[in-house]
Design a protein. Structure first.
Length: 165
């Protein structure tokens, strides 16, 4: 998929709405060859998805061995809005707490006092983290109004062909 095609999809209003959500589902392949899919907080910086995790997270050896990942960001209403992404994970070990980690957790309702306590707890727990940075190499938006899953699009095309025959 070309970069401009990805950008066009990610700049659609529904995609921007989904990229502002709190959670994504990260799919990757474990070193034993089995798939994994986990919910994880994220932030979108305009060109990359950034996830943050502990330096001892079980997913890290798997991502080092095979950095190809898929992400799903969706809604829980009907019809759902779904943003599907694929890309390559780059791992960046950092000292302290990444700004992105504080941003992605900043959307939860906390009083100013609770926020100060939460940040102090986080800073006392972690001496560093790993930023997982994913640049999308493929994207698809499914809104069930203007876009459908590819298999359903194929059925719609086949039905139209039958009706026009």
């Amino acid at each position: 998929m070309e970069t401009h095609e990805i950008a066009e999809i990610l700049n659609r209003p529904i995609s921007r709405e989904l990229l502002a959500r709190d959670l994504t589902r990260l799919a990757y392949v474990a070193t034993d060859g089995t798939p994994r899919s986990i919910p994880i907080a994220f932030t979108w910086n305009g060109t990359e998805i950034v996830l943050c995790t502990t330096k001892n997270a079980p997913k890290l050896p798997h991502l080092r061995a095979n950095p190809m990942v898929a992400l799903t960001i969706d809604t829980e209403v009907h019809p759902p809005k779904i943003l599907l992404l694929r890309g390559r994970a780059a791992l960046d070990v950092v000292d302290g707490i990444p700004d992105e980690y504080l941003q992605m957790n900043g959307s939860y309702a906390m009083t100013d006092e609770q926020r100060v306590e939460w940040e102090a707890e986080i800073r006392s727990l972690y001496d560093g983290m790993v930023r997982i940075v994913i640049t999308p190499t493929w994207a698809k938006l499914i809104d069930f109004e203007t876009t459908l899953p590819s298999a359903v699009e194929e059925l719609v095309r086949q039905r139209a062909e039958r009706q026009n025959a």
